[in-house]
Design a protein around this ligand. Sequence first.
Ligand code: AMP
Ligand code: MG
Length: 306
Amino acid sequence: MTRACAALEAGQLVGMPTETVYGLAGDATNSLAIAAIYAAKGRPRFNPLISHVSNLDAAKHLGYFAPLAEKLALAFWPGPLSLVVPRLPRSSVCDLACAGLDTIALRVPAHPLAQALLTQFGKPIGAPSANQSGRPSPTLARHVREEMGDAIAMVLDGGPCSVGLESAVIAVDGERATLLRLGGIARADLEAVAGPLLNPKDEAFAAPASPGMLLRHYAPNARLRLSADTARDGEILIGFGPNFPAGSFNLSPTGNITEAAANLFAILRLADAQNPTAIAVAPIPNWGLGEAIIERLTRASAQDSS
Ligand code: AMP
Ligand code: MG
C-alpha cells in the first residue's frame, strides 16, 4: 500500500482492484498522470474518467450534491454507482480527467483495497477500467498485467472482482436523474431510490453520441485554426515541439505527446484569456495521444455545443 501511494504520488499508474472491475489508477489532480492513463489505454479520445474518493464528504469537495444526488450516494455508496454532478470550481481534479466538462463523475468504491488506497493516498484517484481501449474490462490482477504491461508501476491484487461489471452511471442535474450507463446495480434498485430514471435519448440534450458528450465541454471563445506554422495578426500561437518557441504556449517543447495532452486544457484556457482574434495551433502528430488531441481540437474549432 505504501509503495502504491508513492507510485501515485510520483505520477505513476497502479492497477487498483474495485468491486466492479480493476481500475487503471492515477492521481486525478495530476494532469500528466491522467494523460499517461489515456496513453496506456490507447483511447482515441479523451473520455471523462471517474474520480474515486473514500467517502461522500471527500466527494463534496469536488462536486455539487443536490438532494437527489445525496440520496443516491447515501443509498449506494460505497458501491458500484458513479454519479455525474456539477463540478465545483475549487475541485482539485484536473481538467483533463473531466475531459474539459463542467461536470465530474464520482464514485466511492467498496473494495477494501480500493478503500485503503484512497484513504492512505488522501487525494482523488482517476481510474477507468484497466484494459486496452475496446477490450473487455479486467476482473483479475493478472488481466491488468496482461493489458497494461510496463505502463503500470504495480498491481494491487485484490482477488476476483465480486461484481465484475462496470459501475452504473447516473447524471444528476437538479432533481432530474439520467441513467447514462447500466452497470453493477439493477435499474429497478436505482429507481426504488431515485424514482424513474431518464434515458439519455429522452433528454433535451442534442443527439448525444456518447455519455461523455452529453454535457458542455470546455471550448475556448476564440476561434481555433489548426495545423498552423505561424501566428497571423492578432492570433496566439500554441506550439508543439522544438520548432516552436519554448514559452508557456508550447504544449511540449520536446515534442512529447503525453506531456502535450497533459497541458492541452490549461494552455487553451491561458490562450483564450488573452482574447486573441483566433488561436492558431501547431500541427500535432497523429500517433499516440495525438489522435485524441486532434479530435478534441477539431471539436472545439467546430464550436459545436456538445
Ligand atoms: P470508464 O472510464 O470505463 O470507467 O467509464 C466511465 C464512464 O463514465 C463513461 O461512460 C463516461 O462517458 C462516463 N462519464 C464520466 N464522466 C462523465 C461526465 N462528466 N459526464 C458524462 N459522463 C461521464
Ligand atoms: Mg471501460
